[in-house]
Design a protein around this ligand. Structure first.
Ligand SMILES: Cc1ncc(COP(=O)(O)O)c(C=O)c1O
Ligand SMILES: N[C@@H](CCCC[NH3+])C(=O)O
Length: 447
């Protein structure tokens, strides 16, 4: 009997993951594919661990988000949150779909410029911008700085005055609204370090309008990340609208609002945050205010566009416990599971592996930390030494959060577009790990 052309796995988890990830398909000949490229071909040529990004998915999702805004009758200036994925190729692709950049450091600002994003489409957020970073923003003449404290207002004013420049400023307000997400990625409750307290915002706006070198234009808000419901957005934007009205009533013009990012994706079975519902929340609360609107999403666009390829180094069987599947990828590559107990889909690349018997295993990395665990108890097709897997939804907050802990080199990065693919960052050469290290003469002498 002929084999079916599309394999389904006996593991509902893997099957369901493929159903919720249309960018991935699985074929009996080619195994798991991202767009038109078999991932095993990339793993064969480039080795593992290896990050793979899908250009098509980036474009589709960026356009879907913009489409939802247009559909809601909104005109928004979109800025991609560079922290989510800062690769120059990614920034270029998104820039071509109409995105500017939301940056949080001088490094990100320079990267965005290097990717060809005009200064007029760059906004600078962040709670602790250094003088050097603010001077860079002034010198580049970026669109706006989202100021996060009374202190930063004074510093930016002094720096702008010193170089005879003016900077458009949005005051980031902390609305004290719970985004209903993981505590470590919530940014809009009072105890978080982000933004100025809601009740102090108007007084600070007034102060900004008195300071030389600043052009206060409005407010910014970002309440957290991986937000799945429109409710917290609505609550926060309602507070923002009240603030805008109070500011205008006090005689200060407000012409711009930055609605932040934060829309979540479906990692497991939680369903994904709806761009339409997000756009609806913006329109309902802010649509009638006659202001320029901006958004700064990261995860929703980039996370589903990326996978991390890895190989099983070995299966370690222990008496009385679940087998350990030890991968060649680790927490230094993908930190999210260790840092937030985040759940990421794990799917075998080979159809043969995917149709094998299922078992419960602990999927871990080789780093010397018990926290180096991708999944403490996961039902997966039986994976033998040498089997390869894709860790899903790693296109945002994946490669950008990598380190070289345990002297592990940064993994290679690949970009797929239709049936083409290219290495967009070679695997780091191990010698570069110590190339800049210096042993002082006085240590050499004692040795
Ligand atoms: C100020 C700011 N803007 C935008 C983002 C992007 O958020 P997300 O990737 O959840 O869309 C973040 C990250 O949480 C942020 O802190
Ligand atoms: N790094 C976080 C998101 C932080 C968003 C930035 N404020 C994550 O991986 O989920």
């Amino acid at each position: 009997m002929a084999e079916p052309t599309v394999f389904t796995t006996p593991d509902p988890t893997v099957r369901d993951l493929l159903a919720t990830h249309p960018q991935l398909t699985s074929d009996v000949q080619c195994g798991l594919m991202l767009e038109g490229v078999p991932l095993s071909a990339i793993a064969d040529e480039v080795g593992t661990p290896c990050w793979v990004m899908s250009a098509g998915t980036l474009r589709v999702r960026a356009q879907r988000l913009l489409g939802a805004m247009t559909q809601a009758g909104l005109s928004v200036a979109p800025h991609f949150a560079v922290k989510a994925n800062d690769h120059v190729a990614v920034l270029r692709i998104l820039s071509e779909t109409g995105f500017g950049a939301d940056v949080v450091s001088g490094g990100e600002l320079r990267r965005a410029r290097n990717a060809g994003i005009p200064a007029s489409r760059i906004v600078f957020s962040g709670v602790g911008k250094t003088d050097a970073e603010l001077r860079l923003a002034l010198a580049e003449g970026i669109a706006q700085v989202n100021v996060e404290s009374a202190e930063e207002l004074e510093i930016l004013s002094a720096l702008a005055s010193a170089c005879n420049r003016e900077m458009t400023v949005l005051l980031r307000v902390n609305p004290d609204v719970d985004a209903g997400t993981h505590a470590k990625i919530t940014t809009g409750v009072a105890e978080n370090k982000f933004g100025v307290p809601y009740d102090e915002a108007l007084a600070l706006y007034r102060r900004a309008s008195e300071l030389p070198g600043l052009r206060p234009a409005g407010y910014a808000m970002h309440i957290g990340s991986q937000i799945l419901s429109a409710k917290p957005f609505r609550e926060a934007y309602a507070r923002l609208a009240t603030l805008v009205k109070a500011t205008r009533a006090a005689g200060y013009p407000v012409s711009a609002l930055d609605c932040g990012g934060g829309l979540g994706i479906c990692y497991r079975d939680e369903g994904e945050g709806s761009p339409d519902a997000w756009a609806g929340a913006i329109r309902a609360e802010l649509g009638g205010l006659d202001v320029r609107l901006a958004i700064e999403p990261g995860r929703w666009i980039a996370a589903p566009a990326g996978v991390l390829l890895s190989t099983v180094v070995l299966r370690k069987v222990v008496t009385g416990g679940v087998p350990f599947i030890i991968l060649d990828a680790a927490m230094n590559d993908l930190l999210r599971p260790s840092l937030y107990d985040a759940w990421h889909g794990i799917v075998p690349l080979s159809p043969r592996d995917a149709v094998a018997d299922v078992e419960t295993v602990a999927v871990v990395g080789p780093v010397c930390e018990s926290g180096d665990t991708f999944a403490p108890a996961r039902v997966l097709p039986r994976l033998e030494r040498g089997a390869r897997v894709a860790v899903l939804d790693t296109g945002a907050y994946g490669a950008v959060m990598s380190s070289t802990y345990n002297s592990r080199t940064l993994a290679a990065q690949v970009l797929v577009d239709g049936e083409r693919w290219s290495v967009i960052r070679p695997r780091q050469n191990v010698e570069t790990l110590w190339a800049d290290e210096v042993v002082p003469e006085w240590i050499k002498q004692t040795a």
